[in-house]
Design a protein around this ligand. Structure first.
Ligand code: HSE
Length: 430
């Protein structure tokens, strides 16, 4: 007989958990009408059940005992919004083994253990959904696994970390200092508990592993993805990028090549200011997907924060409620039916922005140009900046070149007698 009500245990009463609770309580009637079932908040489990989250919780719902909530036979769906691997992994596995459906926003645990979870879910006749794990409120996983399922995906790339996009936007617009912009992103609830994961690009790499896995039907270890964050980006680079008509963004990039090879990488990119991604600001995310039949599509929305992330979680709850009587597994998520190889970053092609601190003397430019010519690095533009007596800055933009050749040229440039420092090397163009 069809159930009229599904009981939900929310594990984690942080930013996202609070958003889920607000939505279940505030939009409960709308959800019940749309799904044909009531989604009842049975438990909220957190170690801290004293702190006021600004939401009035029904009596008897708060608990510090997550395992007890998972084991309660009345619970149908477990929402894991704790983040990180421990104890989230144990809770997810316990829930699946107890034949509870799982919905999570946890990109780290899905990127690292998603494949095992899906196998476990299949074994126990339940489902695990993770729309909120990439792109926050943007329904990109639903798009890849459902609406675009008939396409061979050629490229998927975009801005998938709200915290770094917020920081880069502040640095670009207001000349803000990195640390102050990060503090603001944290206060707004965008950043991870440990923002290292955002700033160093791991959060984006987790999301790329998930999105590329679904887009290219292969399992990718996130640790094999080339990953460079924004820690070394300076206000000077952002200001110079602007002078050259570029905006600096942290991109996650996936490109399918022939012979089951793919490019997967996360790093800062100077993108032309007229490119649609250049206008994606603050904590917004945007993902470009190009399919062989649909052509180019772009998905845009809030990639982080309490209610946008909760929106994706609650969407997964609605999905489960709508298909509840069909039970079990979701074949769309059995994604790894091919085995693709990640192309080493040295083999990729890009343009580059290079900033050098050099001695202000005759022949510097000639020496640098000679090294570039020796490695077939073609120079598109050069500018000298801020000469101050003995020193000056040289900014070089290259034409498209293979990364390995560029790196060799940079090594030799760094060793030139006239070069005091290679201040930055940033990929440019799209
Ligand atoms: N810390 C993440 C971000 C949260 O800034 O995008 C959403 O995954």
């Amino acid at each position: 007989m069809a159930k009229s009500e599904l009981n939900i245990a929310v594990l984690g009463f942080g930013t996202v958990g609070t958003g889920v609770v607000k939505m279940l309580l505030g939009n409960g009637e709308l959800l019940a009408r749309r799904c044909g079932k009531k989604l009842t908040l049975k438990y909220i489990a957190d170690l801290d059940i004293q702190r006021d989250r600004g939401v009035k919780v029904p009596k008897g719902v708060l608990t510090t005992d997550a395992l007890n909530a998972i084991a309660d036979p009345a619970v149908d769906i477990v929402v894991e919004v704790i983040g990180g691997v421990n104890p989230a992994k144990k809770f997810i596995e316990t829930a699946l083994k107890n034949k509870k459906h799982v919905v999570t926003s946890n990109k780290e645990v899905i990127a690292k253990h998603g494949r095992e979870f899906i196998a476990l879910a299949v074994q126990h006749g339940v489902n695990i959904l993770f729309e909120a794990s990439a792109g926050g409120g943007i329904p990109i996983i639903n798009a890849l696994t459902k609406a675009l399922a008939g396409n061979n995906i050629k490229r998927i790339f975009g801005i998938v970390n709200g915290t770094t996009n917020y920081i880069l936007t502040k640095m670009y617009r207001d000349n803000a200092d990195f640390a102050a912009a990060l503090r603001e992103a944290q206060a707004l609830g965008y950043a991870e508990a440990d923002p290292t994961s955002d700033v160093d690009g791991y959060d984006a790499a987790y999301k790329l592993a998930i999105l590329a896995g679904l887009a290219f039907n292969s399992h990718f270890a996130y640790s094999d993805i080339y990953c460079e964050g924004i820690r070394r980006i300076s206000a000077v680079d952002i200001a110079l990028a602007r002078e050259f008509g570029y905006v600096l963004k942290l991109l996650a990039i996936g490109i399918a090549h022939a012979e089951d090879r793919v490019e997967l990488r996360v790093h800062p990119v100077m993108i032309p200011e007229r490119h649609p991604l250049a206008t994606v600001n603050d904590a917004f995310n945007a993902v470009f997907v190009e399919g062989d039949c649909v052509g180019e599509t772009m998905f845009y929305g809030r990639g982080a924060g309490e209610l946008p992330t909760a929106s994706a979680i609650v969407g997964d709850l609605a999905d489960l409620a709508l298909h509840y009587e069909l039970g079990g597994t979701n074949p769309a998520l059995h994604f790894d039916f091919t085995q693709k190889k990640i192309i080493p970053v040295g083999e990729i092609f890009s343009k580059y922005f290079i900033r050098l601190k050099v001695k202000d003397e005759t022949g510097v430019l000639a020496a640098v140009s000679r090294v570039c010519a020796d490695h077939k690095v073609s120079i598109k533009a050069v500018q000298q900046k801020d000469a101050s007596g003995a020193e000056t800055s040289l900014v070089i933009i290259t034409h498209t070149v293979q990364e390995a050749a560029l790196q060799k040229a940079v090594e030799q440039i760094a060793a030139l007698r006239q070069v005091l420092e290679v201040s930055s090397v940033i990929r440019a163009g799209l």
